[in-house]
Design a protein around this ligand. Structure first.
Ligand code: TIU
Length: 228
């Protein structure tokens, strides 16, 4: 389904790469991907996969700044969480059984059952929880469009442009940006507000998004976004 025509509003321009990103705040949403304790704090899903979660701590401050900017500008704000139902009925065995993690999805951990909705680990990190009226999308996959109501949320509000932050850059952020790009949205990823367990993957993802004339979208520095 294609986005509908935008509502009229005052256009804004962000200095971005590969070129300026123009958007109408009335037709733009911030999509903050998976800023959850399970990915960012020790003892959760990310660490169970063998990752050094310390790499993601530095994303929290810039993500909070980006969120504050979006709220101040009146953008629609969408927060996503990757997690599964307690009975694991929405978790494919291929996802749960892959590799040799220290604990699997659904197993008990220090923040409750790993990556299960309703457990402390699946909640947002402090400072990045939705406010009343903001949209929360609970997703079973890496992409935020798969098996969720996100398409309906965006089309019903006539959103055409998406600004992204969140973790991890090359997994859930990039997957969602590619899904959105194929659905006709113009997508901007805010560089300081995204991070990976592998800094080189973050940098490579930013580069591949804006390569080939913005084949997936744009990237911009947080300072240039908040100036818009
Ligand atoms: N493992 C990893 O890098 N990421 C995920 O599993 N999910 C998200 O990126 N949210």
């Amino acid at each position: 389904m294609s986005p509908r025509m935008p509502a009229a509003g005052v256009p804004r321009t962000v200095k971005a790469r590969p070129f300026d990103f123009a958007f109408d705040p009335n037709a733009t949403a911030l999509v903050m991907i998976d800023m959850q304790r399970d990915f960012i704090e020790p003892g959760g899903f990310g660490e169970s996969l063998g990752n050094d979660v310390g790499h993601l701590a530095k994303v929290v401050g810039p993500a909070m700044d980006l969120l504050a900017w979006a709220r101040m500008r009146g953008l629609l704000v969408v927060h996503t969480r990757e997690c599964h139902r307690p009975d694991l009925s929405d978790c494919p065995p291929a996802k749960r059984l892959r590799g040799a993690p220290s604990t699997r999805i659904g197993d008990p951990g220090p923040m409750g059952r790993i990556l299960i909705d309703g457990e402390p680990g699946a909640d947002f990190v402090p400072g990045l929880a939705p406010l009343p009226g903001e949209v929360e999308i609970v997703k079973p996959g890496k992409g935020a469009f798969y098996n969720t109501t996100l398409t309906h949320v965006l089309t019903s509000r006539r959103i055409t442009h998406l600004v992204f932050g969140g973790v991890t850059t090359e997994v859930c952020v990039q997957t969602t940006m590619r899904e959105a790009n194929d659905r006709g949205y113009d997508c901007l990823l805010v560089e300081e507000a995204t991070g990976s367990y592998f800094p080189e993957f973050r940098d490579a993802t930013l580069a591949m998004i804006r390569a080939q004339g913005g084949i997936v979208g744009w990237t911009a520095a947080l300072a240039d976004v908040v100036r818009a």
